[in-house]
Design a binder for this molecule. Sequence first.
Ligand code: PEP
Length: 243
Amino acid sequence: MAGNWKMYKTPAETNAYFEAFVPLTRDSGHADIVICPPFPALATAVAAAEGTAIQVGAQNLYWGREGAFTGEVSGPMLKAAGCSHVIVGHSERRQFFGEGDAEVARKAVAALDAGLTPIVCVGEKLDDREAGRTESVLMTQIAGALGAMSAAQFAALVVAYEPVWAIGTGRTATPQMAAEAHAIIRRECQRLFGDEAARLRILYGGSVKPENTPALMAQQDIDGVLVGGASLDPQSFAAIVNY
Ligand code: PEP
């Protein structure tokens, strides 16, 4: 159960969040919990999560280890800061910062090289879905992001299916739609990596709330959720985690 805070919360707000969230999820051993704050709040989140099962992830990284790349942050830096995960290829990165599948692939490998678990995001836009291109978009994104990886690299990552039209819009994919997309993703991974695909965790993201989580999580191929807006409130994210 992963929370993507996007560009919200200062270090002080992060502390306040963890004070409320930790007691609500102390007994939530059924799930792995990851919270992904913005870079300046990572150290605060790591300190606040100490002694709990909550893991901390970043929302982006650059593929270089270090160097003259002003404004960028590397995988080894995130690892040293205490992160375990990093979101890669979020649709907002693709849409506003021009990332394509080639960049997503490089970033995912850089994350793995640094010992981080990449949460690799894929998902179709509304016009793709309306034109019946969902399957081909997902297959292209999966092959483009993961196709050059080794089986061992593939085994160490997480995929998130996030239909772009459902992110931050209040429009959730129906459990049936999400399940179909997850099955497409697993099938494409099976084609690329064989039986290892059965163990892949695929998260659903897009206007997940406490109310729609049980029906989504009941789908066979939905292994977790990636939550934006509703993860900003500790009560609401805890209710999602404890669905
Ligand atoms: C996200 O940012 O990954 C996301 C799914 O956002 P929201 O839950 O707000 O739709």
